[in-house]
Design a protein around this ligand. Structure first.
Ligand code: ATP
Ligand code: MG
Length: 137
């Protein structure tokens, strides 16, 4: 078993797609270990995406991520990190495979509906950034 960190981003929450995305997560076999609705501050979004600090889209990305509430999730499954990224699809919804969440629910590369950790180290950092040990038992 493996755990990963996922976000249903503000664009999807504001379009009332969170329920549908959660249903797809559960249908795909993931267990929801922890979940919280939270409107991130700009500083919280900057800390979360600190790895992208030098990228030209950092300001727009952190504005977007702090623009409204999102759903923060710890998901568990065999090979969860890879499997969740496969279910999300490519970063740019226009390039995402049919049947993926970003294809079905993302509008653009900036408004792409979901986030997923990309490696065991980032999953550990991101889960620890948003969840307390008590919530991850
Ligand atoms: P995420 O980390 O959100 O799961 P990802 O791992 O597929 O997405 P990253 O390279 O980590 O992609 O980029 C983080 C986010 O920054 C992307 O989800 C996207 O919204 C935004 N982003 C990435 N590349 C670009 C770009 N070239 N132009 C605009 N926004 C971008
Ligand atoms: Mg990423």
């Amino acid at each position: 078993m493996e755990r990963t960190f996922a976000i249903i981003k503000p664009d999807a929450v504001s379009k009332k797609l969170a329920g549908q995305i959660l249903a797809r997560i559960e249908a795909a076999g993931f267990t929801v270990v922890a979940m919280r609705l939270q409107h991130l501050t700009k500083a919280e979004a900057e800390g979360f995406y600190a790895v992208h600090q030098a990228r030209p889209f950092f300001g727009a990305l952190t504005d977007f991520m702090s623009s409204g509430p999102c759903v923060l999730l710890c998901l568990e499954a065999p090979d969860a990190i890879k499997q969740w990224r496969a279910l999300m699809g490519a970063t740019d919804p226009a390039k995402a495979e049919p049947g993926t969440l970003r294809k079905d629910f993302g509008a653009s590369i900036d408004n792409n509906a979901t986030h997923g950790s990309d490696a065991p180290e980032t999953a550990a950092f991101e889960l620890g950034y948003f969840f307390r040990g008590l919530e991850l038992r």
